[in-house]
Design a protein around this ligand. Structure first.
Ligand code: NAD
Length: 481
C-alpha cells in the first residue's frame, strides 16, 4: 500500500445512535501530514447535536448503570475483537490522518484492543465494603456506583488509544459517555465508536462529537447532565476545562503531558542506552507525553553518549508512514511543525551545541529531523517547555542530589527514566523523583493493566488499570437498621 492508494473513510459523528455526516453539517478538511493533501472532511456538530447527545446520555444512564457488569464486559470485549478484525483498515486511516508509520498504527490498534479488554474485566471486581458492627447494630455497607454521564476530550497523538482508554473505563464502570475526539484525526475515533455500536452498545450510551472544541466543552461541562470531565491534552486547555468544571463543582481527570528527564549514570553500557533512547525518542515523532526529552548525562560519559546517540539519530529514515523503510513519520500537524524550529534556535542562541538534525523539511509534509541539542542551559525553552516533537536535549551532572533537584524542578511530573548498573541506586532514584511513572534501565511507561498518570501540572487521576475504572465510580454509604 502507498499513500496514493490508501483509502480514507467518510467521517460521521454519532449522536444517540444516529450517524451524521458532511451532507448534513458544515465540515472541516482532514489533512495527511505526510503530504499536506486534503484526504477527507470532518462534519462539525451544532448546538442541537450537543443537546441531543446530552439528552441521550441522561436518558440511558440508569439503564446502562443497571446493566449487569458481565453484559458490559461482553460488549466491550466484542468491540475489542472487532477492532482486531478491522485492524488493517483502521491502521490505514490512522497513518493517513496522523502520519505515524503503518506498523505503529497496527500496534496502536492491537494495544487499544488489549486495553479495552483489561479495563472491561476490572469492572466486575470493584467491590464495596461491609463494616464490622455489633449484633444489634444492623448493617453498614459502602458500595461503588457509576458517577454519571461523562464528558471526555481526546487529542490527536494516539487517536485510538486515548479515546479507547477513556471510553472503555467509563463504560465498564456503568457511565454513559459523550466524547469529543480530535478533529484532525477523526477516523480512528469513529472506528472505536463503530466497533462499540456493532458490538451491541445501546443507542445513546456513547455519543461521539467533532466540532468547535470550546463550544462543545463549555456546553457539556456546564450541563447538569455531565457529572465528570476527562481530558487529555495540553496543560493550558486542561487548566481551562478544570476551571469550567470547578465553577460547577464537577470532578475532572487530567492527563496533560510531561517533560521526562532521563538520568544516565556513569556505570552504564553507553551504546545500549543510546540505542534504547533512539526508539523511544522517535516513537510517534516525539509526540508522546512520556517521550524522553531532558537527558541528564553524567559528565564523564556525556561526550561519548552524545557521539553515539547523534550517529543513530542521523541514520533515522523519515518519510511517509506507508513506506516500509520509514522509521519516523512527519509531525502530526502544521502547529507541531511550526513549534520545532523556535525551540532549536532558542537553545542554540543560548549556547547549546547541535549534534544531530536541527532542521525540518515541509516541502512535502511536516517532516522534522530527529534533533540532538547538547549542553543545553536549564533555562532554554527545550528544557522548560514540553517539546512534543523529535527533539532531545542534553546537560551534565556529577552529583545525585543535584540531578534529582534539577529533574524535579519543573511543573511537569509525568514520567522519568533512570539508567544505572548500581542496584541500590536503581531502588533509591524512583522514590526521589516527583513523577507519576518511573522506568529504570528501560524506556516506556504504562502497561495495559496498570496505573497511568501524572502529578503536578501533568495532571491527576489514572488512564489505566483498576484506578482508571475507579475514576468513574463514586462511593455510597448505606446504613440499615
Ligand atoms: P491545544 O492546546 O490546542 O489542544 C490540545 C487538545 O485539546 C486538542 O485535542 C484540542 O482539540 C483540544 N482542545 C483545545 N481547546 C479545547 C477546548 N476549549 N475544549 C476542549 N478541548 C479543547 O494543543 P495542540 O496544538 O493540539 O497540542 C500541543 C500541545 O498539547 C503539546 O505541546 C502537548 O503539550 C499537548 N498534548 C498533550 C497530549 C498528551 O498526551 N498529554 C496529547 C496531545 C497534545
Amino acid at each position: 500500500m502507498s499513500t496514493s492508494t490508501a483509502q480514507y473513510p467518510a467521517i460521521e459523528f454519532l449522536v444517540d445512535g444516529r450517524w451524521i455526516g458532511t451532507a448534513e453539517r458544515e465540515s472541516a478538511p482532514v489533512e495527511n501530514p505526510a503530504t499536506r493533501a486534503e484526504i477527507g472532511a470532518v462534519p462539525l456538530a451544532v448546538e442541537a447535536d450537543i443537546d441531543a447527545a446530552l439528552a441521550a446520555a441522561d436518558r440511558e444512564f440508569v439503564p446502562w448503570r443497571d446493566t449487569s457488569p458481565h453484559r458490559r464486559v461482553a460488549i466491550l470485549m466484542r468491540a475489542a475483537d472487532l477492532l482486531r478484525e478491522r485492524r488493517a483498515d483502521i491502521a490505514t486511516a490512522m497513518t493517513l490522518e496522523n502520519g505515524k508509520p503503518y506498523g505503529d498504527s497496527l500496534g496502536e490498534v492491537d494495544y487499544t484492543a488489549d486495553i479495552i479488554d483489561s479495563l472491561a474485566t476490572e469492572a466486575p471486581r470493584r467491590f464495596g465494603a461491609v463494616l464490622p458492627v455489633g449484633a444489634d447494630e444492623g448493617r453498614t455497607i459502602v458500595v461503588s456506583e457509576a458517577i454519571g454521564p461523562i464528558a471526555a476530550f481526546a487529542p490527536w497523538n494516539y487517536p485510538l488509544t486515548v479515546p479507547g482508554r477513556k471510553v472503555a473505563a467509563a463504560l465498564a464502570a456503568g457511565c454513559t459517555v459523550i466524547i469529543k475526539a480530535a478533529e484532525e484525526t477523526p477516523a480512528s475515533a469513529v472506528a472505536l465508536a463503530r466497533a462499540l455500536t456493532d458490538a451491541g452498545l445501546p443507542d445513546g450510551v456513547l455519543s461521539l462529537l467533532f466540532g468547535d472544541p470550546a463550544q462543545i466543552s463549555e456546553r457539556l461541562i456546564s450541563s447538569r447532565v455531565i457529572r465528570k470531565v476527562s481530558f487529555t491534552g495540553s496543560i493550558g486547555v486542561g487548566k481551562h476545562l478544570a476551571t469550567l468544571a470547578g465553577a460547577v463543582a464537577k470532578p475532572t481527570m487530567l492527563e496533560l503531558g510531561g517533560h521526562a528527564p532521563v538520568i544516565v549514570f556513569d556505570d552504564v553500557d553507553i551504546d545500549a542506552v543510546a540505542r534504547e533512547s533512539l526508539g523511544s525518542k522517535i516513537h510517534n515523532s516525539g509526540q508522546s507525553c512520556g517521550s524522553p526529552t531532558r537527558f541528564y548525562l553524567h559528565e564523564s560519559i556525556h561526550d561519548a553518549f552524545v557521539a553515539r546517540y547523534a550517529e543513530l539519530l542521523e541514520q533515522v529514515r523519515i518519510g511517509d508512514g506507508f513506506d516500509p523503510a520509514t522509521e519516523m513519520g512527519p509531525l502530526a500537524n502544521a502547529r507541531r511543525y511550526a513549534a520545532m524550529q523556535p525551540l532549536v534556535d532558542d537553545a542554540i542562541a543560548r549556547g547549546a551545541g547541535l549534534a544531530a538534525g536541527g532542521h525540518g523539511d515541509d516541502s512535502t509534509g511536516y517532516f522534522y529531523r530527529p534533533t540532538l541539542l547538547t549542553r543545553v542551559p536549564d533555562d532554554a525553552l527545550t528544557m522548560t517547555d514540553e517539546p512534543f516533537g523529535p527533539i532531545a536535549s542534553t546537560t551534565t551532572f556529577t552529583d545525585e542530589d543535584e540531578v534529582v533537584e534539577r529533574a524535579n524542578s519543573l511543573p511537569y511530573g509525568l514520567a522519568a527514566y533512570v539508567f544505572t548498573a548500581d542496584a541500590t541506586r536503581a531502588l533509591r532514584l524512583p522514590r526521589r523523583l516527583d513523577v507519576g511513572m518511573v522506568s529504570v534501565n528501560r524506556f516506556g511507561v504504562g502497561a495495559r493493566d496498570t496505573f497511568f498518570g501524572g502529578r503536578k501540572e501533568s495532571g491527576y487521576g489514572s488512564e489505566g488499570g483498576p484506578e482508571a475504572v475507579e475514576e468513574y465510580l463514586v462511593k455510597k454509604l448505606i446504613a440499615q437498621a
